[in-house]
Design a protein around this ligand. Structure first.
Ligand code: NAD
Length: 428
């Protein structure tokens, strides 16, 4: 597989040029011919111009690469390996929305040639690759599974905005449907992943491994969020407690926070869905999801209580929201829980000013009808420091005091300003 790619007898195609697909495509295309396929025409024209609209990949990364970006299925010819990195969101009812994965499998099936391998990277529940995707590949290609084509699964661990844990220095899990396939897929990824690969025992094991990485994180944060609600009633700062408890060797330091984005708050539902299909209704995982999904209400309640105890007319208050992306140092607003906080505050007619130098203003406006301010104003009744962007961390005590009015409150969701003093301070 790797040899024929390096000798340019065959090409590698990546389906889905988003946060996951683009970096892996550019990495392989240093010495392998790659076709980067996506259904988003605007995205493809931007990539063809050497620009990543998400701002995650530097312009230089596009230079000297053997890659074409396309929306045209007819470019998917002479492909020996397809890598699938399309979204796996959830529906309004919080069950897996497999439409992108299924339609990507159809595109591949229509263009599949004998001997090819399809490696799925999208996050799915255990069993999805073999039970949901393989039948589509067989049906749309007319080829026979295991005789004419093979599949594998290699979950992605990329962490946008993180310059330390990168694609190539993070061990990648690989799996396949045959022993030979596993060796070939492992060799393919070892070619680009400097940290090496972990060969999972089966495709299902690899699918499950990915889903529990995020489920575990979701639950650990949920526990801290629940503790934070309890400690609030006791007038104890949760971060102070974690710092103290963290001096024991086996205490794991997780921190409370809004759990948004398309991974941690979404992936556990893939697992709970499959579990329920098999007859077991998970309790702990769903309880954790509920706590995390409701945290925005707790934040809003706290700010409203402060306004009430200071005898403010709620509909006449003005709140600054610092950061609206789902996490620090990225432009990504998918499933951002800061939006929930904002919408909740808007229900009380509170005037909101959002300041976020990272966010794509058009996307925020198109998706949520929200505008950002160009610069921070003054006389705020409340400041919600919602996202720990590097630029916000530098704000001084005095700056925050200067932009607030006399009875202002600083709601420090991420405990960015833990040594703050000078006005009412609250953190999770
Ligand atoms: N972003 C992350 O941090 C991250 C990390 C690990 C795993 N994942 C998983 O990887 C997968 C992809 O996530 P992402 O963040 O890269 O998503 P993304 O939304 O950034 O990109 C997905 C791309 O796929 C395209 N697409 C959708 N349907 C398509 C189709 N039928 N054919 C071709 N292209 C199609 C979209 O236009 C989009 O450009 C998801 O399953 C996600 O859960 C993401």
């Amino acid at each position: 597989m790797l040899k024929e790619l390096l000798e340019e007898k065959k090409k590698l195609a990546i389906i889905g040029m988003g946060y996951v697909g683009l970096p892996i495509a550019l990495e392989f295309s240093k010495d392998i011919e790659v076709v980067g396929f996506d259904i988003d025409k605007d995205l493809i024209s931007s990539l063809n111009a050497g620009k990543d609209p998400k701002g995650e990949t530097a312009d230089e990364e596009f230079e000297n690469k053997k890659i074409i970006f396309t929306t045209d299925e007819s470019d998917l010819k002479n492909i020996s390996v397809f890598i699938v990195a399309v979204p796996t969101p959830i529906t309004k009812l919080k069950s897996p929305d497999l439409r992108p994965l299924k339609s990507a499998s159809e595109v591949i099936g229509r263009n599949l040639e004998k001997g090819a391998t399809i490696v799925y990277e999208s996050t799915v529940y255990p069993g999805c690759t073999e039970e949901d995707c393989v039948p589509i590949l067989s049906r749309t290609s007319g080829l026979e599974y295991l005789k004419d084509f093979n599949v594998g699964y290699s979950p992605e661990r990329i962490n946008p905005g993180d310059k330390v844990h990168t694609l190539t220095n993070t061990v990648k899990i690989v799996s396949a449907d045959t022993e030979q396939g596993l060796e070939e897929i492992a060799a393919l990824y070892e070619h680009v992943i400097k940290a090496g690969v972990h060969k999972a025992k089966s495709i299902k094991v690899a699918e499950a491994a990915k889903i529990i990485e995020n489920t575990q994180r979701d639950l650990n944060i949920a526990l801290m969020n629940e503790l934070s609600i309890i400690f609030d009633l006791m007038d104890i700062n949760t971060h102070d407690v974690i710092e103290a408890a963290g001096t024991k060797w086996n205490f794991l330091k997780f921190y409370p926070g809004l759990v948004g984005g398309h991974c941690i708050g979404v992936d556990p539902y893939y697992l709970t869905y499959k579990s329920e299909q098999l007859g077991y209704k998970p309790e702990i995982i769903l309880a954790g999801r509920k706590v995390n999904d409701n945290l925005s209400k707790h934040v809003v309640k706290r700010i409203l209580n402060h306004f009430k105890s200071n005898k403010k007319i709620i509909g006449e208050t003005k709140v600054l929201v610092l950061g609206v992306t789902f996490k620090e140092n990225v432009s990504d607003i998918r499933n951002s829980k800061v939006i929930d906080v904002i919408q909740e505050l808007q229900n009380y007619n509170i005037k909101i000013e959002i300041y976020d130098p990272y966010v794509d203003k058009n996307e925020l406006s198109n998706k949520y009808g929200l505008q950002t301010v160009e610069s921070i104003g003054t006389d705020y009744d409340g400041i919600i420091a919602a996202v720990k962007h590097d630029t916000f961390k530098e704000y001084s005590n005095q700056k925050l005091i200067d932009i607030s009015n006399d009875e202002g409150i600083l709601i420090d969701i991420k405990s960015m300003y833990s040594n703050f003093n000078g006005m009412t301070y609250w953190s999770l």
